[in-house]
Design a protein around this ligand. Structure first.
Ligand code: AMP
Ligand code: ZN
Length: 111
């Protein structure tokens, strides 16, 4: 499958990993929009949050259990979790990902 993030998971494209286990991978965003900008992705290819269902949602729950640990390791007490779902929402990579943004006072405007 021609998917950038699947290639990162496979090690075919380099990334700066900050966390990895059997279900998910977290790595630094290549174009950070905050001092800390990490992407957390399921190892299973899901195109977006629109593909989350009762069968695969345990992986999503697992990711949300990992995020506080990743944030703590990065020294973040406040942070934002973002997932752009669909092109009009700003999704450019069609493999589900959760942005962790922090390390500064974030813009309160969300849309
Ligand atoms: P989105 O626009 O929500 O789909 O987010 C995709 C994110 O992936 C953007 O913030 C990009 O900067 C980031 N990105 C694209 N290519 C890479 C890469 N090779 N390594 C790390 N982050 C990337
Ligand atoms: Zn993928």
């Amino acid at each position: 499958m021609d998917c950038l993030f699947c290639k990162i998971i496979a090690g075919e494209i380099p990334s700066t990993k900050v966390y990895e286990d059997e279900l998910c991978l977290a790595f630094r965003d290549i174009a950070p929009q905050a001092p800390v900008h990490i992407l957390v992705i399921p190892k299973q290819h899901l195109a977006s949050a629109n593909e989350i269902n009762a069968q695969n949602s345990t992986v999503i729950a697992h990711i949300f259990a990992c995020i506080p640990q990743i944030a703590e390791k990065e020294g973040l007490s406040s942070y934002r979790i973002v997932s752009n779902c669909g092109t009009d929402a700003g999704q450019t990579v069609h493999h589900l990902h959760f942005h962790i943004l922090g390390g500064k006072v974030l813009n309160t405007e969300m849309a």
